[in-house]
Design a protein around this ligand. Structure first.
Ligand SMILES: [Zn+2]
Length: 324
């Protein structure tokens, strides 16, 4: 993963200021509200909004450990093929689409495979939960397994899949997107990164899927025992505010950082085709970021508790998004 630029400290917890000409007044006049004019406050769940799915951080953490036990999974490796099989084998009950393609990277040509698990809902529209499953290619000859960096989001997404199987969404359809080729193959640049997302965002723009996606929530490095989620200025402001307000309602605001970061990640190509995006990420992993992209990124640096916090925030965010 990822390039980030630290910006000045800023306070985000108050959410956006409300412009009086926006959603609330339009609703009062019984006029249809344009989604683009809604503010984060407009999504605060109403009493009749169905409760959020109960997701287990413990099971997500067990998935993380099982997934990481497959070994390193850089592009082109047998571990990568095993990772694809592992993910697909845990998606029973979903409609699975594999977006396979070949791409020229900075390190040569590779076959890649974005895996999409579709769980239909009752409302017309889609919420995408996304995260990558490849491990860092430049570290391919080490024992790097990316427990947090790739493993944490896969662990949580597979737990969400197991719950959606038995508890279909009352709101929008939920698509779980396991992206490939997120990592740079040589060194992170806009060109040498997020290969899978660039490919799929283009496809979704061309086939009309992009216009059906109400929100794209990216999960990345969410297992850190010491969890502090960033305020990413590359995310769509209203959507990141919806996420932050969900965290506040759950009493989890201490896990949200007040500093702003500008983060390059899998969400950028989807933002560029007009999809609202939010990156849910903790980019400070271990003292002085010591565990990021090192062989110390192992399951013991992650926790079921952190995965539980993120799971709850994501589910409460979906509950909020289903109000409009
Ligand atoms: Zn990474």
């Amino acid at each position: 993963m990822i390039l980030a630029v630290l910006l000045a400290a800023t306070s985000l917890l108050a959410g956006s200021c409300r412009d009086t000409k926006m959603g609330g007044q339009a609703e009062a006049q019984n006029q249809p509200v344009k989604r683009s004019e809604l503010h984060a406050e407009d999504f605060d769940p109403k009493p009749d909004t169905p409760p959020a799915l109960k997701i287990s951080g413990q099971r997500a953490y067990q998935n993380l450990k099982d997934f990481v036990a497959l070994g390193p999974r850089p592009l082109g490796s047998s571990g990568h093929a095993k990772a694809e099989q592992f993910i697909v084998s845990h998606l029973d009950g979903a409609q699975i689409e594999q977006d396979r393609f070949n791409v020229q990277t900075a390190a040569g040509p590779f076959a890649m495979d974005n895996i999409i698990a579709k769980f239909p809902g009752r409302k017309d529209g889609i919420i995408v939960l996304a995260g990558h499953y490849d491990t860092n290619y430049p570290l391919r000859n080490t024992s790097f397994v990316g427990a947090n960096d790739g493993g944490s989001n896969v662990g949580l997404m597979l737990e969400i899949a197991s719950q959606l199987r038995n508890h279909p969404s009352e709101g929008y359809s939920i698509w779980l997107l396991f992206t490939d080729g997120e990592e740079a193959t040589v060194a992170w640049t806009d060109e040498d990164s997020v290969y899978g997302s660039k490919h799929l965002a283009k496809k979704w723009a061309q086939d009309g899927t992009a216009t059906k996606i109400k929100a794209f929530l990216l999960l990345d490095m969410i297992g850190d025992k010491d969890l502090h989620l960033e305020h990413d200025t590359n995310s769509t402001p209203w959507l990141l505010d919806v996420v932050t307000r969900a965290g506040q309602r759950l009493g989890q605001q201490s896990h949200f950082s007040t500093r702003s970061n500008t983060i390059s990640d899998d969400h950028i190509p989807f933002r560029e085709v007009g999809i609202p995006v939010a990156d849910i990420i903790d980019l400070d992993y271990g003292f002085d970021n010591l565990y990021h992209h090192t062989t110390q990124d192992t399951p013991d640096k992650c926790s079921a508790e952190s995965l539980q916090v993120v799971a709850d925030v994501v589910m409460e965010t979906i509950r909020a998004l289903n109000t409009h």
